[in-house]
Design a protein around this ligand. Structure first.
Ligand code: ZN
Length: 419
């Protein structure tokens, strides 16, 4: 919808409604009935009608029309890291960019950089080196991970074992290629199944133990099939960066072992044969982790269990979907020790920003809940807009009562970044 130039508040309302649909425990038809009766918060009449159409016919003309209003390939641009709907709209309007190829051409012809506002940023990002390599199929981790898991789900039915490797497993911020490692009794059939995955656009490489395919969204994915008893080594090879693997080879040479001949079903067998502790995938970048593993100095990675609280969350007081008590219960269930609430301030009318009396009510509710808690705190915050004259959205009394000012900092940095 943002790509179509719809008002931001409208697409936000759809986003919120989508989350409500996802979280609804009953069927879509039940939700539609309740929503049409006006009994579902955040879903008004227009949205209720669309949900009902979807529930009863299985399709939504509104969505079909929206999708058909873009040239094929334009929505793929949304998957490219660094491009948002606004930028894509601008590129389309000013330069007629409809897909990745158009963007590449526009960068090569230097038509992007003169565009005010975004030109330099976009062209710098997408025109270093051969254009096709510099941007094509660079995806945010969460998208690449979802796609990799989809591939793995299909291949798992045929393979003995399939694992996600490469930069996805190393949890890089952006991903230019999905790597999968598999073990199969019939490698040929597995490679063929991979090449025949839905959405494969071209198969760029097909060997006895490897297949590389480019998907319709521009993502490249490679499947490596290990030799019998060689999963450990294949997994190591397909996971680490080139520098990491080069350092392993160097270490193997020093110890006169042939790394290519190493056997084992698990990676730990390979690392331990080289006198190394098992190195977490996230560290395998060739940045000194081999030395650290050799001397027992590998750092401990921060994991989900290390998170002790959340510092920015909304509730039903503004545009959230849960109550204060509901949010607190969810945070406690995750093992957190605190939750800082920071609903929108009053100038954010589209997001249901809080007037002074609502802030007061929320604070009273928080105080009452905190009084009952021993090991958990709800902290009072506000996502305050900064007004045109530089002042904040409330007078000092309200602000003093809130210990956290979230958006204030974001807005300030945004101002500073502007020329
Ligand atoms: Zn927020």
């Amino acid at each position: 919808m943002e790509l179509a130039g719809e008002a931001e508040f409208k697409s936000r309302a759809y986003g919120r409604a989508a989350r409500t649909v996802e979280a609804f425990p009953g069927s879509l038809a039940e939700l539609a009935t309740q929503a049409e009766a006006g009994a579902v918060q955040g879903i008004g009449e227009a949205l209720a009608q669309k949900i009902a159409a979807l529930a009863h016919t299985g399709s939504l003309p509104f969505l079909t029309e929206l999708e058909q209003s873009f040239p094929a390939g334009m929505t793929n641009l949304l998957d490219v890291s660094g491009l948002g709907p606004k930028t894509i709209r601008k590129l389309n309007k000013e330069l007629g960019v409809q897909n990745l190829e158009d963007l590449e051409r526009a960068c090569v012809d230097d038509r992007v950089s003169p565009l005010p506002g975004l030109g330099k940023k976009v062209s710098r990002r997408f025109s270093t080196g051969p254009a096709s390599q510099s941007y094509a199929g660079r995806f945010h981790l969460h998208k690449a991970l979802a796609q990799a898991e989809g591939h793995r789900g299909v291949l798992r039915k045929i393979a003995k074992r399939v694992a996600i490797a490469g930069s996805v497993r190393r949890r890089m911020e952006t991903i230019d290629r999905i790597d999968l490692v598999a073990e199969a009794t019939d490698p040929k059939a597995l490679l063929e199944a991979f090449a025949a995955l839905p959405d494969v656009s071209t198969v760029s490489e097909k060997l006895d133990d490897r297949c590389v395919a480019v998907f319709q969204n521009g993502m490249t994915a490679a499947l490596h099939v290990s030799a019998p008893g060689g999963f450990g080594l294949a997994f190591v090879q397909a996971t680490g960066s080139a520098d990491h693997y080069a350092a392993l080879e160097e270490r193997a040479r020093e110890r006169s072992v042939a790394i290519d001949a190493m056997e084992g079903d698990e990676e730990a067998a390979i690392y331990s044969a080289l006198g190394l502790a098992d190195i977490p995938a996230e560290l395998r970048e060739g940045l000194g982790e081999i030395e650290a593993a050799a001397s027992g100095a590998l750092p401990r990675l921060i994991g989900p269990g290390d998170l002790i609280g959340v510092v920015h969350a909304h509730t039903q007081y503004s545009d959230g979907t849960a109550s204060v008590a509901g949010m607190a219960a969810a945070a406690r269930a995750l093992g957190y020790r605190y939750l800082a609430l920071s609903d929108h301030s009053k100038s954010s009318t589209v997001a249901g920003g809080l007037k002074e009396d609502a802030v007061k009510r929320q604070h009273d509710e928080i105080d009452a809940l905190n009084a009952k808690e021993k090991d958990f705190r709800i902290l009072k915050g506000i996502e305050s807009d900064i007004l045109k004259d530089g002042s904040l959205d409330y007078d000092d009394d309200v602000l003093k009562a809130s210990i956290l000012l979230s958006r204030a900092f974001i807005r300030i940095s945004a101002f500073r970044a502007m020329p």
